[in-house]
Write a new protein. Sequence first.
Length: 338
Amino acid sequence: MPGQAIKSRPNKSGNSASGEQYLPEHLAFEMARVVEEAAIAAARTMGQGDRPGSDHAAVQAMRRAFEDVPIAGNIVIGEGERDEAPMLFIGEEVGRGGFEVDIAVDPVEGTNLVANGLPNSIAVMAISERGGLLHAPDSYMKKLAVGPKAAPYVHIDAPVRENLEAVANALEKPLGDVCVVILDRPRHADLIKEVRDAGARIKLISDGDVDACIATAIETTGIHVAMGTGGAPEGVLAAAAIKCLGGNFMGRLEPRNKEEADRAIAMGFGNLDRVLSIDDLVKSDSVIFCATGITDGDLVRGVRFFGNHARTHSILVHANGTVRFIESVHRLGARPSR
Ligand code: VTB
């Protein structure tokens, strides 16, 4: 029923799952440098219509930037399996040694967006203590994301109208003011109709649901709900940010074929129909999330080049509840990765 908590809030205890303190805050800045480098490299390829080229540029820049970072990082979500990705593959060790962390990366979330110069592409990464991030299979995931106020009142299995009414109540808005982001895909025809019938507003996006999901948890974006099916690994990235921001994210794997289903089962997903809560996706409370805009977006602005410099805009979210928006100016050529 709208207005009643049907899902408990994410665990907001001060310590990590293992009882350790949060990852130190300065690591957030180290991670920011890595996504900034990826964003600058990808932004240089904007509009070239070359998706692999944009991805490759960002991957190379990110891989090089990792070499200076004081972590012993293990990629758990990356560019693919070892035999299909030369860099940032799952299981790759990155960093120059130090804090033992698991890493989820997407050097370009929204390669189509960069290739076409469209909004909302980001270079993105989450880190946690070891074992803190779900090893999501490369499959689809049904997703539901909302910000902190609506967090306790929605459920992925509730009817669409009920969830939207609950969000409207929690935000003290008329339902007609609630804005839902949905990937513009034929598979979402029924969902789009249900949202329209409920009377909420819709923002259809061509790509980039990580940005959209996180935007639900940042009040100034004007985005209140993200719904629909996108990539499962990207679901973990979005969940990491939303957990730190106090919102809610729920998912359910939706394998596209038997091969994907078998692979998910082989990875230990016994019951594929299981609802994945934000704490299933991000087990640890010791998480850092950061993203840099490649093209302008709802969360952050894209890279701007001027003279011999690039200006980047990033969001850094630390599990201790600090959110930073950082604008940086980088002299091009000052680092080997540029
Ligand atoms: C894309 C992309 C999303 O999921 O839509 C992809 O834009 C999967 O959907 O940001 P399609 O196969 O229909 O393109 C994401 O990568 C992430 O969830």
